[in-house]
Design a protein around this ligand. Structure first.
Ligand SMILES: NC(=O)c1ccc[n+]([C@@H]2O[C@H](COP(=O)([O-])OP(=O)(O)OC[C@H]3O[C@@H](n4cnc5c(N)ncnc54)[C@H](O)[C@@H]3O)[C@@H](O)[C@H]2O)c1
Length: 324
């Protein structure tokens, strides 16, 4: 999206189990260069900055899957905290050398750093207290504090963003919506943690990217910006939305065998043990980005899920390309 808007971009990604290089090559991306490197390698990061002289860094590289972070925390601390520190350190050296040239370090984070809301509580604003509840959100919270500390202590032009749950095509198969779609395609029950009534706010990835672009172009240094979809849905509602969107294609695929699964007689849910410490509700107040950046979400999941579902149905084996 940044490239479409006329910016030149260079990518660094280690292509861990969660990375897929085809996500870059399947769409016209026109990256100036792509480096398959770990952000923890300071000499590489510094070398790339000196070679390409960027006006901004948008830092998205992270370990992101909450369930994995509950199983094992090491990679989350290494990439999300230590890796962020390497980027900040190298950015600081680079920025100081450039002497007052325009520069921004946009640190991309998550609404999960704010913890969990009850159904009655007001959505989070940029000044809500941090209350991360799992190792993933704790590591992202730590990286947010680190990023802002580089601004306060050294003047590095940092901006921190928090986004609600993203959805779109090409998402790793372990994420919630791709999992729901895959289970539909396989004729398996859609599995939900606990009672399935956890509420998440859903933001289409294109809206998130538009928001990050707005931050790059108009965001104020040292500020925090929250991006949400104003689209709070329970996990069970999402499963039903996915099923309804998948239904016409699945009916063609499976014929009459599927008649008992029609959206009206939906009985494709399976409830499993809840994730330890699972947050109940995430919700974002987006007044600040509306007023300051002129940004608002353009899509509701009920309308945009159709294209997303079609992409997964048309690319059933896309998951095999992860990690390369
Ligand atoms: N997906 C969401 O719903 C969501 C919501 C809010 C915020 N975010 C944030 O947006 C960013 C991107 O999220 P995502 O969902 O695309 O994550 P993802 O897990 O799908 O992808 C992470 C990417 O980072 C790369 N990576 C991981 N460790 C690396 C390292 N040490 N060095 C270089 N590259 C590395 C992986 O190869 C992969 O391409 C993250 O910072 C995440 O916290 C995501």
């Amino acid at each position: 999206m940044a490239v479409d808007a006329g910016h030149e971009a260079v990518g660094i990604d280690a292509l861990t189990y969660a990375g897929r290089s085809k996500n870059l090559t399947e769409r016209p991306s026109n990256l100036l260069a792509f480096y398959r490197y770990d952000i923890n390698v300071a000499s590489v990061v510094g070398g790339i900055l000196r070679e390409h002289q960027p006006d901004a860094i948008v830092h998205l590289a992270a370990e992101t899957h909450v369930s994995r972070s509950i199983e094992s925390r090491e990679a989350f601390l290494q990439t999300n905290v230590m890796g962020t520190n390497v980027l900040l350190e190298e950015a600081l050296t680079y920025w100081l050398d450039r002497e007052a040239h325009f520069f921004k370090f946009v640190h991309v984070s998550t609404d999960e750093v704010y913890g969990s809301l009850s159904p009655e509580e007001a959505p989070w604003t940029e000044v809500s207290p941090y209350r991360p509840n799992n190792p993933y959100s704790a590591s992202k919270a730590a990286s947010d504090h680190l990023a802002l500390s580089y601004h306060h202590t050294y003047g590095l032009p940092v901006i921190v963003t928090h986004s609600a749950n993203n959805y779109g095509s090409r998402q790793h198969p372990e994420k919630f919506i791709p999992t729901m779609i895959r289970q539909c395609m396989n004729g398996e029950p859609m599995t939900l943690h606990g009672d399935g009534q956890q509420i998440r706010d859903w933001l289409h990835v294109d809206d998130h990217c538009r928001g990050l672009l707005a931050v790059l172009e108009r965001g104020r240094i040292g500020e925090v910006y929250n991006f949400g979809g104003e689209c709070e849905r329970t996990n069970e509602q999402i499963a039903r939305i996915v099923w309804t969107a998948s239904w016409p294609a699945l009916k063609d695929m499976w014929g009459q065998n599927l008649s008992w699964h029609s959206p009206e007689t939906f009985n494709m849910l399976k409830f499993t043990a809840d994730r330890p410490g699972n947050d109940r509700r995430y919700a974002m107040d987006i007044s600040k980005v509306r007023a300051e950046l002129g940004w608002s979400p353009t899509r509701k999941i009920e309308e945009s899920i159709h294209d997303v579902v079609c992409w997964y149905l048309e690319n059933p084996n896309y998951g095999e390309d992860y990690g390369r």
